[in-house]
Design a binder for this molecule. Structure first.
Ligand code: N01
Length: 556
């Protein structure tokens, strides 16, 4: 007879485990709860928010308009929430996420201050077991990674930072008041989106700000402004239609389809059009004015040169302007930046820029940044050096199966996914806004909602048939990799080193980390596959069809 008191405790298995309580995890919790399934979420931070919890650097705000960069799943939510500005600041976006968590009672699904340190597939039990930093484990049938694409800060890849004894702060883990930089000699390293937003504000308080720039980027005026009551009312009365337009667009915001290629019009007309587009700004601004700007280098150069002229007009010192002029990549091929008074800031007497292309950054001492040309004494260093995008957050989960090993080993030659959502050899594992999905080049909230809806429908489809294990076939995954590569190879993204391709992290294999054919087309492909019973997916080892072929051409 078994002594019941000494029997080992059976670990309860929830339906869905999820990592992260940002936009992805919260929507996943909501949809899973709606289906009546059990859900256990884990969040390393003490509260909801994801990237908007951590990225609190001065000037942080989203450069996708808030009326679009927000959930669309609840008409009541979008009617009751009112955005104050075109591009809401970080604090307002975080308040919005907290409001969503409260309104839909989502916090109860999550353990906060809890990091998932490993996730292991147990083939015998047909479930995932996650190990938490508390030492506990939890089991679930399905594992969702809502860990974000830009949530693992990149390591600083120049030796010597540990020698520096002044203040060091990173934009992605900002933890000081701006006043702590007041009256100090501050260095900002990096000139991507984060740096572009914080540089003007740091310049206002610093005794001197030195910007260490490796690659000058194209920085458009953000043209942020308060949203008037009339505009808000207009949006709210048309919200359903606006959201639908976003879902079927290229980038998750309403499209502005260019009516001409750059050389279809005269030089004079092209210039006039760029001027108007420059006033409009945003992702449909200068870079979206002509149909071939992201596919034809000569066409692109007309827009790039227009921007360089703008920089020369704004920045009074010609030598400084020359350093800031982007010359090393086509406009838009690396993510464009949107700033407020960015170039104007370099007219301040207390701001200077160092080109790390002319003098390589060598090391740091206790009080200086040392380049191969000279040494710069500083009191504080702001690292705005970016993220180990997409794979960084996934690899930190140490996802593994006995057969395939760790995800990072399976992807050692580069990322391979099915729709950016699943990967062969890792059953019941789903990525929300994963690599090779449209997350990289879209309003990510649109991508997240679509992914969660598709994943939960797929799981529901499987469960309705009594299926326990869902996994893509290697052949369908090959097809998707081909589609993503062929799509990006038609564009100038493929020609440029950036975090888009993993080339910002030393040793990271170069795989383009997104699908750039548009969220609308991607949605049509996903819906088509669902309607066909999910070709390319195995249910308990049986596949409807092993391949998806050129589904992108079929539904074009
Ligand atoms: O990071 P980045 P980010 N020595 O990778 C430089 C989103 N985001 O945090 O280009 C010297 O773009 C690096 O130089 P280089 C958005 O999608 C959105 O700014 O590699 N410099 C580059 O200049 C964005 O694209 C918002 O030559 C070094 C910079 O650091 C993404 O997040 C706001 C270096 C890194 O730029 C990442 O943006 C913020 C080194 N060792 C972020 N290593 C909005 O919505 C790197 N750099 C507004």
């Amino acid at each position: 007879m078994t002594d019941k008191t000494s029997a080992p405790a059976v670990t309860p298995v929830v339906d869905v485990l999820c990592v992260g309580a940002g936009f992805s995890g919260l929507y996943a919790a909501h949809q899973v709860a709606e289906k009546g399934w059990t859900f256990a979420g884990f969040e390393a931070a003490p509260d909801v928010g994801g990237t908007w919890f951590w990225n609190t650097y001065p000037g942080a705000r989203c450069d996708v308009e808030s009326i679009y960069y927000s959930y669309s799943f609840s008409e009541e939510l979008q009617q009751e929430w009112t955005w104050s500005e075109r591009f809401a600041p970080q604090a307002e976006i975080l308040s919005y996420i907290r409001h969503v968590a409260d309104r839909f009672d989502l916090r109860r699904h999550f353990s906060f201050n809890t990091r998932v340190v490993a996730a292991t597939w147990l083939p015998g039990e047909r479930c995932w077991e996650v190990a938490l930093d508390s030492g506990e484990t939890r089991r679930g049938r399905f594992l969702l990674a809502g860990s974000g694409g830009l949530s693992t800060p990149k390591d600083f890849d120049v030796p010597g930072l540990e020698n520096f004894t002044g203040t060091t702060v990173s934009t992605s883990r900002w933890n000081i008041p701006l006043s702590e930089l007041a009256g100090k000699r501050v260095a900002v390293i990096g000139t991507g989106s984060s740096a572009v937003q914080c540089i003007p504000l740091i310049a206002e308080v610093a005794e001197h700000l030195t910007v260490f720039q490796r690659t000058p980027n194209y920085v458009f005026p953000a043209r942020n402004a308060p949203l008037s009551t009339d505009v808000v009312d207009e949006i709210k009365s048309n919200y359903a239609a606006i959201r639908e337009e976003c879902r079927h667009s290229l980038g998750g915001i309403p499209d502005r389809i260019p009516d001409a290629a750059a050389f279809d019009v005269s030089d004079e007309e092209r210039r006039e059009r760029y001027e108007k587009a420059y006033e409009r700004s945003g992702f449909t601004g200068v870079g979206g004015e002509f149909s071939d700007l992201l596919t034809d280098a000569r066409a692109n150069e007309t827009a790039a040169e227009f921007m360089r002229e703008k920089i020369r007009q704004i920045v009074r010192d010609p030598a400084t302007a020359a350093v800031l002029e982007p010359r090393f990549h086509p406009l838009g091929a690396k993510r464009s930046c949107f700033g407020t008074d960015y170039y104007e800031t370099f007219n301040r007497p207390n701001v200077s820029v160092v080109s790390l292309r002319d003098e390589r950054l060598d090391t740091m001492t206790a009080d200086s940044i040392v380049t191969e040309a000279r040494s710069y004494e500083v009191d504080a260093i702001v690292l705005a050096i970016g993220f180990d995008a997409f794979t960084g957050p996934l690899y930190a989960l140490n996802v593994s199966t006995p057969e395939s090993g760790r995800l990072q080993d399976a992807w050692s030659e580069g990322v391979r996914t099915y729709l950016g959502i699943m990967t062969a050899g890792f059953p019941n594992f789903f990525m929300i806004g994963g690599p090779q999905s449209p997350a990289l080049a879209s309003n990510v909230v649109v991508t997240i909602e679509q992914a969660v809806d598709w994943i939960t429908e797929l799981i529901g489809h499987g469960r309705a048939g009594g299926v326990e294990v869902i996994e893509p076939t290697a052949e369908a995954q090959d097809d998707w990799v081909t589609i993503t590569e062929d799509t990006v190879n038609q564009t100038l993204y493929a020609t440029t080193d950036s975090w888009y391709r993993g080339s910002n992290v030393t040793g990271k294999p170069t795989t383009f980390l997104g699908y750039v054919g548009g969220v609308g087309k991607y949605r049509r492909m996903c819906t088509h596959l669902a309607k066909q019973g999910y070709p390319g997916v195995e249910f308990d080892g049986t596949a409807v069809a092993r391949r998806i072929g050129r589904i992108d051409e079929e539904i074009a």
